[in-house]
Design a protein around this ligand. Sequence first.
Ligand code: GLN
Length: 283
Amino acid sequence: MGYRKMQNSIQKLNQTLERMNLVSVQAEARMLLEWITQKPYSLLQLEPGFVLPPDQQARLDLALERRKTGEPLQLIMGVAHFYGLELEVCAGVLVPRPETEVLVWESLARLETSPTTHNPKILDLCTGSGAIALALKSESSALEVWGSDLDDLALELAGRNSQKLNLEVHWCKSDLLDQITGKFSAIICNPPYLPLADRQNRPPELEHEPDRALYSGTDGLELARRLLEQAGDFLTPSGFLALELDPRNVRVLEILALEGGWQSQVVCDLVGRERFLFLERKI
Ligand code: GLN
């Protein structure tokens, strides 16, 4: 009897999420239940006769109402996971995406093999929640990590995240490199990069995130082009610029970079789309 109740409780949530046509029903059900109960899902599955207490059921119902409008689960929970870190997220700042983990991973691999690296100085431009900067610092404490953003709300959030995680990052406010001084072994940037026209047919999730973190002019390259012009002066001789871009634009920016005297390497995301551009000055 208890077993049937437990099944019904979890199945009920699964059925509700399935009716919303979500891509990852199982994963969302697990995350929601763990968040509401603060217990591991595997334990909930084992608990005979598992039924949410009324206060937790009420919170779950509220969360489901918000999810129905397309609000991302991370914003509802106020938490996102990135590179093994639990980050606070909030409305008004881009939710870190799993594909950006590849940017961190690939950048760390390059820093490890880079010739000049004694406590290298790294800059995460357009840091948002601080995800890239914090992931880099968490992986390699010898890195001197800087994180910048134009947006005060983002910098406040990034600062809170670094305090909670006890990871030291130097935060500063800057419009791209305008307020930055010094030279870096790597400048890593996930800028807003969607073409403005994409706003017309955007998925409901993107309606809950700030336009200024998503769109960058008619072709999506306004910021990336500006950064390409500025970045050379802020890199050490063997330093690199790493960018996440829309797959439609990676080769477009690559051509500009090659014309501007950079060496380039294109890297794919986890589903094989050309998504990242790694650039070094030709010596
Ligand atoms: N990758 C994001 C999306 O497609 C866009 C993020 C960005 O513009 N940096 O939703």
